[in-house]
Design a protein around this ligand. Sequence first.
Ligand SMILES: NC(=O)c1ccc[n+]([C@@H]2O[C@H](COP(=O)([O-])OP(=O)(O)OC[C@H]3O[C@@H](n4cnc5c(N)ncnc54)[C@H](OP(=O)(O)O)[C@@H]3O)[C@@H](O)[C@H]2O)c1
Length: 269
Amino acid sequence: MNNSIGFIGAGNMGGAIIKGLLSGGSRSASDLIVSDPREKALSELSTAFPGIRTSGDNSEAASASLLILAVKPQVYERVIKGIRDRIAPKTVIVTIAAGLTLEKVRGWFGGKVKVIRTMPNTPALISEGMTAICPGSDIEDEELQAVQDIFDAVGRTVILSEHLMDAYTSLAGSSPAWVFMFLEALADGAVREGLPRKIAYEIAAQAVSGSARLAVESGLHPGILKDQVCSPGGATIEAVSTLEEAGFRSAIIRAVSDCTAEARKLGDK
Ligand SMILES: NC(=O)c1ccc[n+]([C@@H]2O[C@H](COP(=O)([O-])OP(=O)(O)OC[C@H]3O[C@@H](n4cnc5c(N)ncnc54)[C@H](OP(=O)(O)O)[C@@H]3O)[C@@H](O)[C@H]2O)c1
């Protein structure tokens, strides 16, 4: 493979991956060819990363050896049909859209094309993302590694079989929304008890972020970490009981299942 990476779409997710790749120094700006209809987005990239190639025309990005389609899911079919005649047989296509199966994307390209399906999440915007990578059966190790390197630049990666992608989309793609709801609710509770709003959000965010990092870095079971905070007869176990009575854990389990079912429906459309 040569080194060029094309991006079609330089919005939130495309922009985050580009910035992660170039800020971390894992790629040089001249490796990237980016297309987007928004001139402002392109000129900001050119200013931040001199040497990056930008265009309002998708066909230039389509000439790269690895092409990331970072447009909204509803735009995929139109974008693909506009570039499919320019795709070389060895080009590796990377999708980042919920519900779009490898089979559907291959079909839009009109047959045999190398596709890797991925699903990042919004913490990629601060290089703390989680990306699942699902390679088509014809993808070679070197090609998979190149894609994994790209997403490692904006967080962590995991390789998954396609039948697990909908559950993954719920667990990592959608869960940030629920975590933000949890943060907001924590802060609301603290404001109710008299803390100023701004500091309540800061404290809640640090408590959640620190707890998540402790779980990752200690490798301990979440139940053990929970037990460590609960002294016998104390305030925390009282609140654990309140949350259990309110169906806290079962609500989350149901949310993951409902979200997975919706993601699955997107793929069936
Ligand atoms: N944000 C997330 O949480 C997240 C997480 C995981 C995966 N994703 C996936 O990432 C993809 C992009 O999402 P996003 O949030 O980055 O969307 P976004 O911010 O709207 O970015 C998409 C970009 O593509 C541009 N675009 C539209 N039509 C185009 C075309 N025909 N050719 C080239 N560029 C075109 C858009 O320009 P205009 O604004 O002018 O239309 C916009 O700049 C989606 O498939 C989404 O499902 C997003």
